[in-house]
Design a protein around this ligand. Structure first.
Ligand SMILES: Nc1nc2c(ncn2[C@@H]2O[C@H](COP(=O)(O)OP(=O)(O)OP(=O)(O)O)[C@@H](O)[C@H]2O)c(=O)[nH]1
Ligand SMILES: [Mg+2]
Ligand SMILES: [Zn+2]
Length: 215
């Protein structure tokens, strides 16, 4: 029983810090999107495509969360976008304290802030970081059964982006099963089917994001 209480306390403490982060984001006019998905699901590629579409229309900043390396932040910075890398050094998710420390060395700007979480479909869903929206990024090769096996992240996401749809001809991906799985957990969830390789579906996704901005 003690262990259960301890976990709850950790999550409560995290939620309080997340509320502080949220106030800082609101004050700066920053809309924050927490991008959650497995390693290699296409999170960075999607952010890069989104930058191409939106960088002349609104402010964009990116925080990259990885266990190690600054590969993703360097790629984003190479496009002329403010990018900050957090290395969790073993932790498999970002938490509110990491974000709080990161934004101290980062001038928040009005517009969109993408936070790419550590590649993991499980515990990033449990840790609030002060975001406005969670988005699940799942790729076609991961399979249509994932909403059934990893329900928490799908149930907490405002949108799901199904990436790598260019690979659909090579994978037995049952779209109806996938959609039913999401709908049963989260009836109002938006679904975008995209390919960062061909650009398919990116316009629709980018227009939805534009509508989320505070200013
Ligand atoms: N065919 C295809 N490949 C893609 C697509 N999106 C990403 N990829 C490839 O998938 C691999 C992983 O993409 P990333 O964008 O780095 O994935 P990620 O989720 O950021 O990975 P981590 O940060 O390591 O968790 C790369 O080789 C990409 O080129 C897509 O839409 N279609
Ligand atoms: Mg990445
Ligand atoms: Zn974790």
């Amino acid at each position: 029983m003690m262990e259960i209480k301890l976990v709850k306390n950790i999550l409560d403490a995290n939620d309080r810090l997340a509320e502080d982060n949220k106030k800082a984001f609101e004050a700066a006019g920053t809309t924050v999107i927490n991008m959650i998905g497995s390693p290699g699901s296409g999170k960075t590629s999607l952010i890069l495509r989104t930058i191409e579409k939106l960088k002349d229309k609104c402010g964009i900043q990116v925080i990259e969360g990885d266990i190690a390396s600054s590969i993703d932040a360097q790629t984003i910075a190479g496009k002329g976008i403010d990018a900050l890398q957090i290395n969790t050094e073993g932790e498999c998710h970002l938490d509110a304290n990491m974000i709080r420390q990161a934004v101290r060395s980062f001038e928040l700007k009005p517009g969109l802030l993408f936070i790419e979480n550590v590649g993991n479909l499980v515990c990033p869903a449990e840790f609030e970081i002060g975001e406005d929206f969670k988005v699940t990024v799942l790729s076609v090769p991961e399979g249509h059964d994932k909403p059934y096996k990893y329900p928490l992240v799908f149930s907490k996401s405002t949108a799901v982006v199904l990436t790598k749809c260019d690979l659909m001809p090579y994978i037995d991906f049952e779209m109806d099963t996938f959609i039913s799985g999401i709908r049963s957990l989260n009836p109002n969830c938006r679904l975008f089917v995209v390919s960062s390789k061909t650009g398919e579906g990116i316009d629709e996704w980018a227009s939805w994001l534009e509508g989320l901005r505070r200013r």
